[in-house]
Design a binder for this molecule. Structure first.
Ligand code: SAM
Length: 220
């Protein structure tokens, strides 16, 4: 899979793309991530990508021209604009993106992007939550990280995806590891029992209980 990121801060991505699962996916050739510096598509001497909003008001708006020049050669890819006004990102959206060969992520800055970009050059807008970030880079990274771990061959154990939170509309059960007791805080007895049927029963009950208490909205 190839992901192209359009941003005014390509350096933002250098460290995160080199570590962990994403770093391994790129090194193994499962994933290719290319960043495009939007300023390379400007025509003015100051490499300006923003201008004052029509109608007045605070802040600056990202201009359509450099974005159009950067996006035109990517018309055969799925083009996603990071936007607080977009559809909220969820696991099913990441599953869908992970099926694609080519994905383009556009990172806004300032007050946002000229609406004509979204209307004419973008396939969908995606939000990472009901809050405002200073730019779309962290949102794009969230998508890259979420997609990378779904690509075939990236995670060692396919089972680790199967039982995760948001599969089957449930949160995952809590996990414990050694020591069995720390400062008097103990591990649930059932996990030490070696009785696999009881452990599985406990895990299923925990998934249901946690989801009911913390995210009843997932149960519908
Ligand atoms: N003025 C905009 C508003 O009130 O909706 C916020 C613009 S924000 C400061 C600048 C850029 O950050 C946006 O164009 C978008 O690309 C990105 N961004 C901010 N919050 C986001 C979110 N929750 N999800 C996705 N992208 C976000």
């Amino acid at each position: 899979m190839k992901i192209t990121v359009i941003t005014i801060f390509p350096d933002y991505f250098s460290s995160p793309l080199g570590v962990g699962i994403v770093g391994r996916a790129i090194e193994a050739g499962n994933l290719d991530v290319q960043t495009i510096d939007l300023r390379d598509y400007t025509t003015n001497v100051h490499r300006q990508v923003d201008d004052a909003p029509y109608g007045g008001g605070a802040g600056m708006v990202m201009m359509i021209e450099p974005l159009a020049k950067a996006l035109d050669p990517l018309a055969d890819t799925t083009r996603v604009l990071m936007s607080p006004a977009g559809r909220p990102l969820d696991q099913s959206m990441l599953d869908r993106f992970a099926e694609l060969d080519r994905l383009t992520l556009v990172c806004g800055r300032y007050e946002g992007v000229d609406q004509r970009v979204s209307d004419n050059l973008i396939d969908e807008e995606v939000s990472v939550g009901d809050f405002v970030l200073p730019g779309g880079e962290a949102a794009a990274l969230t998508i890259i990280e979420g997609v990378a771990r779904l690509l075939p061959g990236v995670l060692g154990n396919a089972q680790s995806i199967a039982g995760e939170s948001f599969r089957d509309a449930l949160l995952e059960e809590p996990h414990y590891t050694r020591p069995a007791e720390f400062r008097g805080w103990t591990v649930p007895e059932v996990l030490l029992s070696g009785d696999h049927a009881r452990i599985e029963e406990w895990r299923v009950a925990q998934r249901l209980e946690r989801t009911r208490l913390r995210r009843p909205d997932l149960l519908g």
